[in-house]
Design a protein around this ligand. Structure first.
Ligand SMILES: Cc1cc2nc3c(=O)[nH]c(=O)nc-3n(C[C@H](O)[C@H](O)[C@H](O)COP(=O)(O)OP(=O)(O)OC[C@H]3O[C@@H](n4cnc5c(N)ncnc54)[C@H](O)[C@@H]3O)c2cc1C
Length: 373
């Protein structure tokens, strides 16, 4: 293959979704995955996806192919502050929505996207040598936060390290989750239990626990029994007895933005363009919204306008820059607010949670923003 319309570098969830989405416009797309990684520990990533992300995956015919245990609906969400009276509850019923979000098994979703890519007549999986030689009108970089092609273009990735890491694992609880997500915002940790149906239907959770790096290292060094005890203390038994059902994985956390998102013949999407703290579970949702926006911009372009035209690509950047910036500010602001140890700030934020909980219209508005509806 000597020429493709678009070369997508990076075959994570964003890259594969983009390749399929542009292929559906009839464009010839080359997809360059990374070299396969050596077999390691099982992949424990699970993501909360909003309605817009699910709609995109449905349009790509991938959502309905997911096995039932790989996508669990969230009907209720309890968020707790660091005092007993500070809590906020969200419910799908209150929002007149079928569900608040879906918790999706990341490796299963990547596998189903891979299967769809193989069946797509317009998407061509390329080797490194083919990708280096193929001519492409547009190159889309979806290589994640450490994108080497972005660095080769001279684009800076302006990054603020939180000094925190997130621990992820699969858990099994003694009582059914009933589609309820639980989150604790405290100083200095943020802990989320996301309802999940694997390995045990109705009784599993995906854990995402963000902590200062030293505390994270201490917890990672514990054996499963001691780690489960620390988790039980942190959750005060709210989800029943919790057992560790997978190895633990750890990610350093940062907020970052690329200094430019497009140029003549290239464009950035997903974590290669922007990185946010996972406390609101929005990083991949932002990346999939990038895919939907770029597809719309390309589909609506004037017939004479080439794909490489920077003016065209700037339409995509204009559409995505503000919501991405706003989400970065929101997650960053929440994190700063909840990491303040001062008793006065603590009292204020705990009262704030209670106030928002009672202000139904504000709560509805916040939930609608999170659902992207
Ligand atoms: C603990 C944690 C929990 C999270 N939870 C959520 C959540 O609940 N909801 C949510 O929306 N988001 C969540 N996120 C964010 C989410 O993980 C990312 O936003 C998302 O994975 C970004 O997808 P991506 O495809 O852009 O990048 P990646 O997933 O990093 O994929 C990039 C791909 O490109 C490949 N690649 C890299 N370099 C090259 C190269 N030179 N050539 C070819 N290929 C290359 C990589 O191997 C990889 O396959 C969470 C993040 C963390 C850390």
């Amino acid at each position: 293959m000597k020429h493709v319309d678009v070369l997508v570098r990076g075959a994570g969830i964003v890259g594969q979704s983009l390749a399929l989405s542009l292929g559906r416009l009839g464009l010839q797309v080359g997809l360059r995955p990374d070299e396969p990684r050596p077999e390691g520990a099982p992949d424990v990533r699970a993501y909360a996806l909003n309605a817009a992300s699910v709609a995109l995956l449905k349009s790509l015919k991938v959502w309905d192919a997911l096995p039932a245990h790989a996508a669990t609906p969230v009907y209720d969400m309890h968020v707790r502050g660091d005092a007993h009276h500070s809590a906020i509850d969200f419910s799908a019923w209150e929002q007149r929505a079928g569900e608040l979000a879906w918790i999706v098994d990341a490796p299963v979703l990547e596998r189903e996207l891979g299967a769809a890519v193989r069946f797509s007549p317009h998407v061509h999986v390329l080797t490194a040598a083919q990708a280096d030689h193929v001519k492409a009108d547009l190159t889309a970089l979806c290589e994640g936060k450490a994108s080497a092609s972005r660095a080769a273009l001279g684009v800076r990735f302006e990054r603020h390290d939180y000094g925190h890491s997130a621990i992820a694992a699969r858990l099994v609880a003694s009582v059914p989750h009933q589609g309820t997500a639980r989150q604790w915002f405290r100083s200095p940790d943020v802990l989320a239990l996301l309802p999940f149906d694997s390995p045990e239907p109705q009784r599993s959770y995906a854990l995402v626990w963000s902590l200062p790096r030293e505390r994270c290292a201490e917890l990672m060094a514990l054996d499963d029994t001691a780690f489960a005890a620390a988790l039980m203390a942190a959750t005060e038994g709210a989800a029943g007895d919790l057992q560790i059902a997978s190895p633990r994985a750890e990610w350093p956390l940062a907020i970052a933005q690329a200094s430019a998102w497009c140029g003549p013949g290239w464009v950035l999407l997903g974590d290669a363009a922007h990185l946010v703290h996972p406390l609101a579970g929005q990083g991949l949702n932002l990346g999939l919204a990038d895919v939907a926006a770029l597809t719309r911009v390309i589909a609506a372009r004037e017939p004479w306008r080439p794909l490489a035209d920077e003016k065209l690509l700037r339409r995509y950047v204009r559409e995505r820059a503000l919501p991405t910036w706003a989400m970065g500010q929101l997650t960053d602001g929440l994190l700063r607010l909840f990491s303040q140890p001062s008793p006065a700030v603590r009292e204020l934020r705990n009262r704030g949670l209670g106030l928002v909980n009672r202000a139904t219209p504000l709560k509805r508005w916040l939930t609608a923003r999170a659902l992207d509806r």
